[in-house]
Design a protein around this ligand. Structure first.
Ligand code: 6PG
Length: 231
């Protein structure tokens, strides 16, 4: 199998179709297993898709939602992925009730790992749907190229890893590579020509070079992943 490319002429059409695709996966999971697990990325890309997804009628009380990664800031901080998710996706009370936050009052994500991991016990494993973004450097989740913690997060047997990327403005907590790639469905959501070009380049380079691109390390292990993109 190979990557499933879904191209759209505009971001609105992408957001709508991606929301429908995610909702279908969640409905199937609920029908088959009684509940569904969804992990979404933050950043600037997903807000429109979140709004489309929240308007889809499904039993949100049976969907456990969490984040793929989070900046180590409080949930009301402008850079918080949780804030983005609460403002755009978690408008349904049932969805907000089942949301699993990745932050607490600890000074660093390293100190919080055990407690946050315990919170995620309610998340179905494997996660049913993981939605990934991608940075202009090929990072995904909070797995950054050439960051010392990348190898640890790629080898970890844990669900979460704490990273302090040299290139990110905040310390972060992130799903590890193994927990991402063992998900039932991995979707990459990008909305720029530069990211499309980078992703195509990352997929075209030989594996040794591609190690620089965490997104490639994910997709090498999830060859059937879906890529939703619009220029
Ligand atoms: C984060 C995200 C990260 C994001 C990419 C793309 O916390 O920043 O999880 O992996 O998906 O950086 O971000 P944009 O959507 O802002 O380009």
């Amino acid at each position: 199998m190979s990557l499933q490319w879904h191209e759209f002429s505009n971001k609105e059409a992408l957001d709508q179709q991606l929301a429908l695709t995610i909702a279908d996966e969640l409905k199937q999971a609920i029908a088959q297993r009684g509940q569904a697990g969804l992990a979404v990325s933050g950043g600037r890309t997903p807000a429109g898709m979140f709004k489309a997804l929240r308007n889809i009628n499904l039993d949100w009380s049976r969907v456990i939602i969490t984040l793929v990664d989070e900046r180590w800031v409080q949930a009301d901080h402008a850079d918080s992925n949780e804030r983005l998710t609460r403002e755009n996706l978690l408008q349904d009370a049932a969805a907000a009730a089942t949301f699993v936050s990745l932050v607490n009052q600890a000074a660093t994500p390293h100190e919080a790992l055990a407690e946050i991991e315990a919170r995620l016990a309610s998340l179905p494993k494997p996660i049913d749907v993981v939605v990934l973004g991608m940075g202009d450097d090929g990072h995904t989740a909070s797995l950054f190229p050439n960051a010392p913690e990348l190898e640890a997060a790629c080898a970890s047997t844990q669900l979460l890893a704490a990273v302090t990327p040299p290139v990110a403005p905040h310390q972060r907590i992130t799903l590890t590579l193994p927990s991402i790639v063992c998900s039932r469905k991995v979707i990459v959501h990008i909305t720029s020509d530069s990211k499309k070009a980078l992703l195509l380049d990352a997929m075209a380079t030989d594996v040794a070079i591609s190690e620089q691109y965490p997104i490639r390390r994910v997709l090498d292990q999830v060859p059937q992943a879906d890529v939703f993109w619009a220029a």
